[in-house]
Design a protein around this ligand. Structure first.
Ligand SMILES: C[S@@+](CC[C@H](N)C(=O)[O-])C[C@H]1O[C@@H](n2cnc3c(N)ncnc32)[C@H](O)[C@@H]1O
Length: 393
């Protein structure tokens, strides 16, 4: 994820989100402020406008950024070093656990699971997170910041949607909620920090703070203003921390008769093969692009030969699993038989198929799918979430 690279308007937007992050930090008179991956200095400049008496520290791995901002921001002690270095504190001549405020807009990329990760996570109060299925740069930046903060120090960090909403990161969310204090999460409008459809959030934490019963989640508007706030029980945040989900949850009125797809023993399978592999094998397929373009949610498939791929047949409900603009696409198969790609779920229930189909195409079903999908560029809906979808029987 990069800072704004094109256009004055975008730069202004970036500035307003930096101001928002800084404004939400509760500490009134910090002595030290750290910005790992300082880049163009957007966050640090916003922090300086609020606290010009603090000592500012910034690192960046990019020499040119450091060179450029050293003239523009003379008040920052700048270091051209890897912000993820295990010896960061020594290299910056700082004490571990001494920083009052950390602000961070980290890069997002996948990383190797290095040997020092266990130590870093342990020292950062993120013990369970060693079990995360994959390690990403933003999680390492989060850990490094927590490590550098003093007890009670605050962190404001911009994170991709998955960290707050996907099952993959639930161990990390449990760590944040049990070993630290979550002050709030702010969902930013889609696209504000990148050229893609990236959804990002500002996460506000206090290191080693004590858990509260409730925590606010906010939605920010395009100008960086807070548009809405919901106070949610802290114990619901391990499941999801994003505003979209909690907004949906606060509006839903489920009848006592509603039963989950898991309880109805509904079979949910995704296709086994990618579209490309099916194409290479000359197998005709139903993909996310095969859903009807018009309002129709019924499809007639060609009748293909039986094979051991996931085949959709009459009476099955098909649902888009992943894609940039695909979440919410649903269809009932009226006739025929065809292989589905790995981007499509086949939902099979002889008894409840019609009810499931109607529930997913209803306004509240569509809202449910939007609220339960997650991901940065491409949105995805998980099978575990689908199984928790409830219908009236
Ligand atoms: C998304 S940009 C954010 C820039 C800046 N904080 C802002 O808000 O405008 C991420 C920055 O992290 C820097 N970066 C990437 N990997 C780094 C690392 N390992 N150590 C330090 N900086 C890094 C990049 O050069 C880039 O400037």
């Amino acid at each position: 994820m990069g800072a704004f690279s094109n256009g004055l308007g975008q730069y202004q937007t970036a500035q307003s989100f930096s101001e928002l992050l800084v404004a939400k930090i509760q500490c009134q008179a910090p002595r030290s402020i750290l910005d790992l991956g300082v880049g163009t200095g957007m966050l640090t400049s916003a922090a300086y406008r609020r606290w010009n008496n603090a000592k500012f520290y910034g690192t960046d791995i990019d020499k040119d950024s450091i060179k450029k901002i050293s003239a523009e921001l003379p008040f920052v002690r700048l270091f051209h070093i890897d912000g993820l270095s295990p010896c960061l504190a020594e290299e910056m001549n700082l004490k571990i656990g001494s920083i009052d405020i950390a602000i961070c807009n980290p890069p997002y990329y996948r990383m190797e699971r290095s040997l020092d990760i266990r130590n870093l996570f342990r020292r950062a109060g993120l013990r369970r997170s060693v079990g995360l299925p994959r390690i990403t740069s933003e999680v390492r930046f989060l850990a490094q910041n927590l490590h550098m903060l003093k007890d009670g120090g605050e962190l404001g960090i911009i994170l991709p949607d998955g960290v707050l909403s996907s099952h993959e990161y639930s161990l990390l969310r449990q760590d944040l909620l049990t070993d630290h204090e979550m002050i709030g999460a702010i969902q930013l409008p889609d696209n504000v920090f990148a050229r893609t459809e990236a959804r990002t959030h500002i996460l506000l934490l206090r290191k080693n703070g004590s858990a509260r019963e409730e925590c606010p989640v906010f939605r920010a508007g395009l100008e960086g203003q807070i548009e809405n706030r919901i106070d949610v029980p802290t114990n619901t945040l391990a499941y999801r921390m994003d505003y979209s989900y909690h907004s949906w949850r606060s509006h839903q009125k489920l009848s006592a008769k509603a039963v989950s797809l898991a309880d109805l023993n509904v079979e949910i399978k995704r296709g086994r093969r990618e579209k490309k592999r099916l194409e290479d094998a000359c197998i005709s397929y139903f993909h996310t692009t095969s859903f009807p373009e018009n309002e129709s949610t019924v499809v007639d498939l060609p009748t293909e030969l039986l094979c051991d791929d996931t085949l959709a047949e009459a009476g099955d409900v098909l649902l888009a699993r992943v894609g940039k603009r695909c979440i919410g696409k649903v269809a009932m198969v009226r006739s025929g038989r065809q292989v589905v790609t790995d981007c499509v779920y086949r939902i099979r229930s002889r008894e409840y198929a019609k009810k499931i189909w109607r529930a997913f195409i209803s306004d509240s079903g569509q809202e449910w799918l939007r609220a339960h999908s997650h991901g940065v560029c491409s949105r995805v809906i998980s099978k575990a979430d689908l199984l928790s979808f409830r219908i009236e029987v």
